[in-house]
Design a protein around this ligand. Structure first.
Ligand code: SF4
Length: 361
């Protein structure tokens, strides 16, 4: 049921007043997802909060957490004359060690932006003499579509389609954050869209093992205000429960049909995250049955040299240890036009959001 404008305003006032009433001591809340970060800025939620409530961004921007090693591999593939790269648009500008996909495209590499991985299959059929490498970047939300694309490629007998998987799972990254001694988080706003697929179960460790409250939160301004309110309500009463604020979309069991497709094609694997290093079981690799679609296995490259951008503190931003403006590059040598690191490129990147909405310097 949609609220009228007047009802929305009344609800927003109720939550904002409640937040001020409950925020009697300093608390640090992590919005795990980049979409939340952007919504928070766009709706001016930071300005509505009392100074005792600090919001810090987390690792939920898929482009940001994809390490240079992956980008450099994609760039190396793009330099092969018999390969067409298909990718979501936000990967294009991310700087690799020495180049970017955009720079390679300008030099003539065949790199095509797709809005769904399924478009890669059309490109594969139209270019039988080329190999199509899809850059599979994203969390639980996007991985099922990539898995469905592999299944379709199999059904249609397409042999020139490959996946370079950088798919990642959110819960292991939260475990890594909570294992970090320097981390101080009093509550988590969990990403509504990934929980739509996974269900609540993978997140109970936050409340049960770490006694930190968590709220699965939607993406409208009112959702986020309510999410913050529900966290503060728990903090003020000493509770630590997993609450589903986004019930109109997220079912406790998630989406078992999407998970079945995912489990058929992918299996958990160790994965490298920018700023974290290797996180056990946090990635998705193609299972042995679908190995022939794995770009790394089917199209081996020589050693690809890689290094992270000098001075970029994106990794610390993603772990919630610093704010973007704490980075000496922020807004000076690093801007969306001339990004040093991935967090300034992606529309969901914390540095890009802070810059765009005029926070920090
Ligand atoms: Fe990296 Fe730029 Fe963000 Fe600094 S401002 S952490 S250099 S992306």
């Amino acid at each position: 049921m949609r609220l009228t404008t007047e009802e929305t305003a009344r609800a927003a006032r109720f939550f904002a007043e409640g937040i001020h009433r409950l925020a009697s001591r300093p608390v640090r809340l992590m919005e795990v997802c980049g979409t939340h970060t952007v919504s928070i800025f766009r709706a001016g939620i930071r300005q509505l909060l009392p100074p005792t409530v600090e919001l810090v961004s987390g690792p939920g921007c898929p482009v940001c957490v994809t390490p240079n090693e992956y980008l450099d591999t994609a760039i190396a593939y793009s330099r092969c004359s018999d390969i067409i790269i298909t990718t979501f648009g936000d990967m294009l500008k991310v700087p690799g060690s020495d180049s970017s996909l955009m720079a390679e495209k300008a030099k003539g590499a065949d790199i095509r932006i797709v809005y769904s991985p399924l478009e890669s299959l059309t490109i594969a059929r139209e270019n039988p003499n080329k190999k199509i490498v899809f850059l599979a970047v994203g969390f639980e939300t996007t991985a099922p579509t990539a898995a469905a694309t592999v299944l379709q490629a199999e059904q249609q007998g397409i042999t020139n389609f490959f996946v370079l998987s950088a798919h990642k799972l959110v819960p292991p990254a939260l475990k890594a954050i909570l294992a970090e001694p320097k981390t101080k988080v009093d509550g988590f706003l969990l990403p509504g869209h990934t929980v739509t697929i996974s269900g609540l179960e993978p997140y109970y460790f936050v409340t049960q093992e770490h006694a930190i409250p968590a709220v699965v939160t939607g993406f409208e301004a009112l959702d986020i205000l309510q999410g913050v309110y529900l966290l503060l309500e728990q903090i003020s009463t000493g509770k630590a429960e997993l609450v589903n604020q986004y019930r109109r979309v997220v079912k406790p069991e998630g989406n078992p049909a999407a998970r079945r497709i995912l489990d058929k094609v992918y299996q958990p694997d160790n994965a490298v995250w920018r700023g974290f290093g290797v996180i056990a079981g946090s990635g998705l690799a193609l299972t042995a049955v679908y190995q022939r679609f794995d770009a790394k296995a089917a199209l081996p490259l020589g050693k690809v040299e890689s290094r992270e951008p000098a001075g970029c503190r994106c990794g610390e931003v993603l772990r919630g240890l610093i704010m973007p403006a704490d980075c000496p590059h922020f807004g000076l040598s690093c801007t969306p036009e001339q990004p040093v690191g991935a967090c300034m490129v992606s529309v969901e990147g914390a540095c890009a959001a802070w810059y765009k909405y005029g926070q920090g310097r």
